[in-house]
Design a binder for this molecule. Structure first.
Ligand SMILES: [Zn+2]
Length: 167
């Protein structure tokens, strides 16, 4: 496993249309910096992408009429797996450390000493996980060993996880 902060700040920056919440979460799973929220739609979304130098991912055909639209990928599918493949076809996505960012608020996660996680997770989870991470914004706890297993399975199915990243 890579050092969690070794490539912090690396990865791509996206601004994702509010109608693609699952896509936004999976891009965060893959370690990318994703702006996403109920307010990010239409011109507000475009302004965010432009201001923060993010690649715009949208399904909004109205936006395509704007001749000055910043760099973007128009997503055609309504299934998040197909959407991920569409993004991956446009820009390389995989190969980074998984679960570096909070899936809810996009902040980089921080290590938590194992003892401090003890009272915050079920005993079985504490007993079977060596590492715990927390979000400095919302305080959510993540335990990578368990979470990775599910994520890797999904990403391997999608062909987005190189073998070298699974060690
Ligand atoms: Zn959070």
């Amino acid at each position: 496993m890579r050092e969690p902060e070794a490539d912090a700040g690396d990865g791509r920056r996206f601004a994702v249309d509010r109608m693609m919440g699952r896509l936004a979460r999976w891009l965060r799973v893959l370690g990318h910096d994703v702006a996403y929220g109920p307010h990010l739609v239409g011109r507000t979304l475009v302004a965010c992408a432009r201001r923060e130098d993010r690649l715009l991912l949208t399904r909004d055909t109205h936006l395509l009429r704007d001749p000055h639209l910043p760099p973007h990928v128009f997503i055609t599918s309504d299934d998040f797996r197909a959407q991920l493949r569409e993004v991956a076809a446009a820009v390389p996505l995989g190969g980074r450390a998984l679960l570096r960012r909070c899936l809810e608020c996009n902040r980089l996660l921080e290590e938590v000493p194992r003892e401090r996680a003890r009272d915050r997770v079920p005993p079985f989870v504490w007993a079977t996980n060596e590492r715990f991470l927390t979000c400095p914004s919302c305080g959510r706890l993540y335990w990578p060993a368990t979470h990775y297993a599910h994520m890797r399975q999904e990403l391997t199915t999608l062909g987005l996880l190189p073998e070298s990243a699974t060690s």
